[in-house]
Design a protein around this ligand. Structure first.
Ligand SMILES: Nc1nc2c(ncn2[C@@H]2O[C@@H]3COP(=O)(O)O[C@H]4[C@@H](O)[C@H](n5cnc6c(=O)[nH]c(N)nc65)O[C@@H]4COP(=O)(O)O[C@H]3[C@H]2O)c(=O)[nH]1
Length: 811
């Protein structure tokens, strides 16, 4: 990159360049002419002329900027005109050229400007000054006084102004290649005209005074003029500062206004005195669904939900106390349609310019979505998703709170109930999980309806519910409620097309026991619930310390049962099954027993549920299966007609190895699959799990007979029953039991027989205890049955004896 030439006119048009050169040349000539003319003055006049020119130049260094105009006012004109009046055009040309040079030096760095400006000043001054000198001479000659001189001077100043501005404008016009209209230059240079006129007036006055009073006037006037100019300068400076300040204020206000109006969040200016809205933006109005007029007529307080007004008041009081600069309350605004809008407010204090009135600047953000999400998260964390009741976590918290309360106020007792629904598993298994879920929802609603709002009902999992009852003073109160719950549950629930009734086993415990944690309470209520269950269905029981003992026993029993299997303590009894018509032996049902070393012989009711709960039923059931098959092999040496029934639990059937286990047991014993009957409960079949049905189908395909045990207690639908791979229906003992009772002619059993016939299933009867039952069954044409009347379950040895006594009958 080359260095720029001293006279750089790259941005000049050719015409502008020519004009520049002409002006510079003529200017040089004018200055040279002036210098030559001045040289002819006597020394004193020359010095005075030079001093005036120097003063004009110095004053030109400190221009007075006129606010709002591009130009500046200088006092230099006074001295230039004074030089003209005192020492003629040459002195004025020099003073004007010097002032022009100083001005150009100050305002521009370009040599072109620094050269052309004094040149223009010199040319304009030379022409005008010469004209003025001629007219002054003529005026003097005509005897006019100093007033006429003043007039001529003013005219001169305007002509000079015109010459100066025209010459300068021409350069700009040529440079920019556009014409400059007179209006433009008048507007642009009007301040210079004023400076010229005022400069001429002052110079004229000084000149007249000088003529009367001598040089002293000039000596005094210079500082006066300097002071005047300085004052003017500072006045204009202040004006300019004020103007700048005002425009900054206006700009800032307009910025604030547009930020306020167009802000995406709600903004409002509120009087801190009475809370009235002074201003509110669109976003605020939209947030509350109200027009601006509504907001401006209201106060902030009245637009906040009554429950949240205290929060707002506390925040504003804190703000006004000066303790904090801003406050951030979260409150619900009242939407015009009546619902609450959660708002996060940011409130700060705004003072007016006199620091007097306090207003509140309120920024409001709609946080309804966030609040909703938070509430949902909270709800999910503390509620059961199916029933919408409190969940375990929530219940634990409530219990711990209740414990703490009781510790502070011993008289505020509470009770806790643990509810387990007696036939829920059966509903779930027979009607499916969807129906089970539906039942739980109904249960939750019905229970809630009879409780007080302060009671906490929770679903702890599965079909287990818990209830916290505050302010329960007597055990009787809790017992009354338990009875009421039982009564409510007796009313049937509608599940699809079916009415289902259910009962609950309820365990109750009281705060008077002196609990330390929620776990302890739930544990004891649960223990009491087990006690209630052991009493039968639809019972309740109160917890007492002795129940701990019972639980400990159950735990002990569990570990003993594990051991019992390996220790050979489990054995089988066999109950004979006969033809009812002529009491001939058909086969046996294998029934598990536990010969406990200390407790003696234990019935299955004591340990089968425990085995099912702990999963021990799978190894136990497999052992029963193998043992029953082995025993049958031993007994059927005389032939293959003997049949053996074995109970199968749902856990076994769900075990994917079960079919293999049955195959192995049959193969190891060397019996025929047709000799084996597997008894499954109705509820297992009704759950309809594809794997269960597939297992049953494989077993049936093998030749094993499948029987529904306890038939009639579940919810088998007829169409479904017809499709099941089942051979026999074993009528539940409870129906047989009723047959003997007064007024019961065995309608239900008769209906089951009709059903069995229609579906081509064999119908068995169990639990035949009386001759009446037997004869009724015989009347119905029931082929096979078992019961104490015919034979109690007996040990293997005795069963062998029975077998030897009877001729076998095959089904
Ligand atoms: N009141 C009365 N009862 C009679 C009469 N006739 C027979 N019983 C009893 O009725 C039960 C018949 O067995 P279940 O219905 O399969 O009911 C069985 C069965 O569900 C289950 N169970 C027994 N052994 C096993 C087993 O090895 N595996 C599985 N999974 N369950 C078994 O335990 C239940 C009870 O067995 P047990 O106590 O041996 O009780 C036997 C039997 O003693 C009668 O005339 N009147």
């Amino acid at each position: 990159m080359g260095s720029r030439p001293l006279i750089d006119m790259q941005d000049y048009s050719p015409a502008a360049r020519a004009y520049w050169w002409i002006v510079a040349g003529l200017g040089t000539v004018a200055i040279a002419y002036s210098l030559a003319t001045l040289a002819r003055l006597d020394n004193s006049s020359l010095i005075q002329a030079l001093v005036l020119a120097a003063i004009a130049a110095v004053v030109g260094l400190f221009p007075v900027r006129i606010p709002g105009a591009k130009t500046s006012l200088g006092g230099a004109e006074i001295f230039i005109f004074l030089a003209l009046l005192l020492y003629g055009p040459a002195a004025a040309v020099l003073a004007a050229a010097l002032e022009g040079a100083v001005g150009a030096w100050r305002t521009s760095k370009r040599a072109t400007s620094r050269i052309v400006t004094p040149s223009l000043a010199a040319i304009a001054m030379l022409i005008c000054a010469k004209a003025f000198e001629m007219s002054r001479d003529q005026l003097m000659a005509a005897g006019f006084n100093s007033g006429a001189l003043m007039g001529a001077l003013l005219v001169f100043s305007l002509v000079l102004f015109a010459a100066n501005t025209v010459l300068t404008s021409m350069l700009f016009a040529l440079k920019k290649r556009e014409a400059v209209t007179p209006f433009q230059w008048v507007v642009e240079f009007r301040w210079i005209a004023l400076a010229y006129i005022s400069g001429a007036s002052i110079a004229g006055l000084l000149y007249v005074s000088f003529q009367h009073f001598g040089l002293a006037v000039l000596l005094v006037s210079v500082p006066v003029i300097a002071m005047f100019l300085t004052t003017l300068h500072s006045y204009f400076q202040r004006m300019e500062d004020d103007e700048r300040h005002m425009s900054e204020l206006k700009e800032s206000e307009s910025r604030f206004h547009s930020a306020f109006t167009h802000a995406a969040i709600g903004m409002g200016l509120v009087s801190a005195e009475d809370g009235r809205f002074i201003q509110a933006n669109k976003a605020f109005c939209e947030m509350l669904g109200r027009p601006a007029n509504d907001l401006l007529a209201a106060n902030l307080h009245s637009l906040v939900h009554p429950d949240d007004r205290r929060i707002l008041n506390t925040a504003v009081t804190e703000l006004r106390s000066g303790a904090v600069a801003t406050v951030h309350p979260e409150v619900r605004g009242l939407h015009r349609e009546g619902h609450g809008v959660w708002m996060s407010l940011n409130i700060s204090l705004a003072r007016d310019w006199q620091f007097r009135t306090h207003n509140l600047i309120v920024q409001a953000q709609d946080i309804s979505a966030r609040r909703r999400a938070e509430a949902e998260l909270y709800h999910n964390a503390y509620h059961d998703s199916l029933t919408q009741l409190a969940n375990r976590t929530h219940f634990d918290e409530q219990l711990n709170r209740a414990i703490a309360r009781v510790k502070r106020h011993a008289e505020q007792r509470f009770a806790v109930m643990y509810l387990d629904f007696d036939r829920f598993k059966m509903v779930n298994d027979s009607l499916g999980h969807k129906a089970g879920d539906e039942l739980l929802v109904h249960l939750a609603k019905r229970l809630k309806a009879i409780l007080r709002p302060t009671d906490v009902l929770a679903r702890l999992g599965g079909d287990e519910f818990a209830l916290l009852l505050e302010d329960v003073h007597k055990e009787r109160d809790a017992a009354d409620l338990a009875e009421r719950i039982q009564r409510e549950l007796q009313k049937p629930f509608r599940l699809g097309a079916m009415d289902v009734s259910i009962s609950a086993s309820i365990g109750i415990t009281f705060s008077t026991i002196g609990y330390e944690s929620s776990d302890q309470i739930i544990r004891d209520a649960d223990i009491a619930m087990y006690k209630a269950k052991s009493k039968g269905k639809a019972q309740y029981a109160m917890f007492d310390a002795s129940l701990h003992q019972h639980v400990a026993e159950q735990l002990l029993l569990e570990s003993e049962l594990r051991r019992a299997l390996g220790a050979g303590e489990i054995y089988l009894d066999y109950q004979p099954i006969y033809t009812l018509k002529d009491k001939r032996l058909n086969g046996f049902e294998a029934l598990a027993r536990w010969r406990h070393p200390e407790r003696g012989i234990m019935e299955p009711a004591t340990f089968i549920p425990l085995a099912e709960e702990t999963g021990l039923i799978v190894p136990l059931g497999n052992w029963v299966l193998r043992e029953a098959c082995r025993q049958m092999r031993e007994w059927s040496k005389g032939g293959d007609g003997l049949r053996m029934s074995v109970n199968v639990s749902s856990l076994q059937l769900n075990d994917h190895e079960f079919v293999g286990q049955v195959q192995r047991a049959i193969a190891e014993a060397g019996i025929l699959p047709t000799q084996l009957t597997l008894e499954v409960t109705e509820s297992i079949l009704m759950n309809g799990a594809p794997e269960t049905l597939a297992a049953l189908t494989s077993l049936r395909d093998m030749g094993v007979t499948l029987s529904i045990d306890d038939f009639g207690t579940g919810y088998s639908s007829l169409s479904y029953l017809a499709k099941l791979p089942i051979d026999q229906l074993k009528v539940d003992r409870s129906f047989i039991e009723k047959m003997g009772e007064e007024g019961d002619n065995g309608e239900i059993v008769r209906a089951i027989f009709t059903l069995g016939q229609a579906l081509s299933k064999q119908v068995f009867a169990e639990g035949i205890e009386t001759a009446k039952q037997l004869s009724l069954l015989q009347e119905l044409g029931c082929e096979f049955g078992q019961g104490f009347l015919l034979s109690h379950p007996v040990n293997a040895e005795r069963a062998g004896g029975i077998l030897a006594e009877h001729a076998l009958v095959t089904a």
